[in-house]
Design a protein around this ligand. Structure first.
Ligand SMILES: Nc1ncnc2c1ncn2[C@@H]1O[C@H](COP(=O)(O)OP(=O)(O)OP(=O)(O)O)[C@@H](O)[C@H]1O
Length: 281
């Protein structure tokens, strides 16, 4: 069980914001933190890891990691941290990057195999692709046998196909080791696939909390199909207004009956009641 109740003043781009994070997770749960840039997501992870001080309490499995009198330093917290930019030791081979955290050779071999890194174990990080580097970073984080695995936008630098593969690796590791995991992600599909719980942060405060299904599925009432998109162009052709909209990595066009209240950059909800949609692969 992870119990978090922390506060910290942050100097945001528009002045002071008070970060207030209060949530709990059962062992083995997977939490996604979402929210616009600068809302305080990374700071929450850094406070959990003990890399930053905050006011309040953090308890893991009944053990106090921090309260008004105690502050466990990062090396004493059973945390694995995976960063967006990998943060590998460039002068150490893949295998030594893992063993640096812990000289448990059996665990190292298990992780190299689970993450499909066996053939690459003697290579240096400079000779690896982004996806391979991130698998090494995940392996290194797990070498600490963490109770809590923290993932700060770990896949955002990778192309969409690789991203999906790495999501599978993360899920495999999370389940195999029964870790409690927290990921910062901007991708709804990633959150939906990985997380059991989701929290949305705005200006340092939790504004939404629930399952990814509750928070992300946009269908309501009699709608059968719905997604949210951004308007990238509005054009009139033969008195018909056509909106070009983007969602995820896709762009499509829809006819708009009344475009008076629409402008480029708006976030819109696109929905239909049709239930015989064609799905082709
Ligand atoms: N130790 C600190 N003390 C005060 N302010 C900080 C501290 N660390 C970060 N900040 C500020 O707090 C705000 C939130 O930063 P944070 O990195 O947590 O946001 P984020 O939601 O993770 O953003 P992004 O999605 O861009 O990574 C930023 O404006 C940042 O400059």
């Amino acid at each position: 069980m992870l119990e978090v109740d922390i506060k910290k003043p942050l100097f945001g781009v528009n002045g002071l914001i008070n970060l207030e994070a209060n949530f709990s997770l059962k062992k083995g749960e997977f939490l996604a933190l979402a929210g616009v840039s600068g809302s305080g997501k990374t700071t929450i992870l850094r406070c959990l890891a003990g890399l930053e001080k905050s006011k309040g309490t953090i308890k893991v499995g009944g053990k106090i990691w921090q309260d008004e009198r105690n502050f466990l330093p990062p090396q004493k917290r059973k945390i694995g941290f995976v960063f967006q930019d990998y943060a590998l030791f460039e002068n150490l081979t893949v295998e030594k990057n893992l063993l640096f955290a812990n000289k448990n050779y059996a665990l190292c071999d298990k992780l190299l195999e689970l993450l499909d890194l066996g053939e690459l174990k003697k290579r240096y990080p400079t000779n690896l692709s982004g996806g391979q580097k991130q698998r090494v970073a995940l392996g290194r984080a797990m070498m600490r046998e963490p109770e809590i695995l923290l993932l700060d936008e770990p896949l955002s630098a990778l192309d969409p196909n690789l991203r999906i593969k790495l999501q599978d690796e993360i899920l495999k590791i999370h389940k195999e080791f029964g870790t409690t995991s927290i990921i910062v992600s901007h991708s709804p599909s990633e959150i939906y696939k990985l997380a059991t719980h989701m929290i949305e942060i705005e200006n340092g405060k939790i504004i939404k909390s629930g399952s990814p299904k509750e928070l992300l599925l946009k269908t309501s009432g009699s709608q059968k199909f719905s997604f949210s998109a951004t308007v990238v162009e509005l054009k009139e052709v033969d008195n018909i207004c056509i909106a070009t909209i983007s969602f995820g990595h896709q762009i499509t066009q829809v006819i708009v009956s009344d475009a008076r209240n629409l402008k480029v950059g708006d976030t819109v909800n696109v929905s239909t009641k049709a239930f015989n949609l064609l799905i082709n692969s």
